[in-house]
Design a protein around this ligand. Structure first.
Ligand code: ADP
Length: 150
């Protein structure tokens, strides 16, 4: 059976850490959908359509990766897209606590969806979109942390 995974997130912005998770995920899955969610509680710093096109550019030569935006519960969105795997990255214990409860809610919402965690590579484990947004607001250089120019 075809293994399709969804990699959901805010990706505000998409970072080298996210890229590493997708690239490593490609050895596990036949297809990965990078799904940029409209988060109702967070106001974005980088426009969702801008981020979508920047990520699409990175993977323009790779037909196993697609980029979509969505505005619904992730577990339902995965089902709609016939994705049986939900890919997430784990940086630290804080991520773990949060991801553990999300994964259990997702399992109740969609029992066919299996969450797969990849431990972040050490060189990316301190990269956070929140900090990059903060740097960008104050016009600091963020080129070392993201895989494109913004
Ligand atoms: P969300 O708002 O849903 O947490 P993010 O865009 O912050 O979305 O993160 C999406 C996924 O990528 C999450 O699983 C998160 O733990 C993971 N992630 C975030 N930063 C990194 C990083 N530096 N390296 C690897 N994975 C990361």
């Amino acid at each position: 059976m075809m293994k399709r995974a969804i990699f959901p997130g805010s990706f505000d912005p998409f970072t080298n850490g996210h890229l590493d998770i997708v690239n490593r995920g490609l050895s596990l899955f036949d297809e990965i959908i990078i799904a940029i969610g409209h988060n109702t509680t967070k106001k974005r710093h980088f426009e969702i359509e801008l981020m979508k096109s920047k990520i699409e550019n990175i993977f323009s030569n790779n037909n196993k990766v697609s980029v979509k935006t969505y505005n619904q519960i992730t577990a339902h969105y995965a089902k709609e897209n016939e994705a049986n795997y939900l890919l997430r990255g784990l940086r630290n214990i804080t991520d773990f606590e949060y991801e553990k409860s999300i994964a259990s809610f997702n399992k109740n919402l969609n029992p066919d969806l299996e969450t797969i965690f990849l431990i972040t590579a050490p060189e990316f484990s301190n990269i956070s979109s929140t900090i990059i947004r903060e740097l960008h607001k104050f016009e600091a250089d963020i080129t070392n942390y993201i895989p494109f120019e913004l």
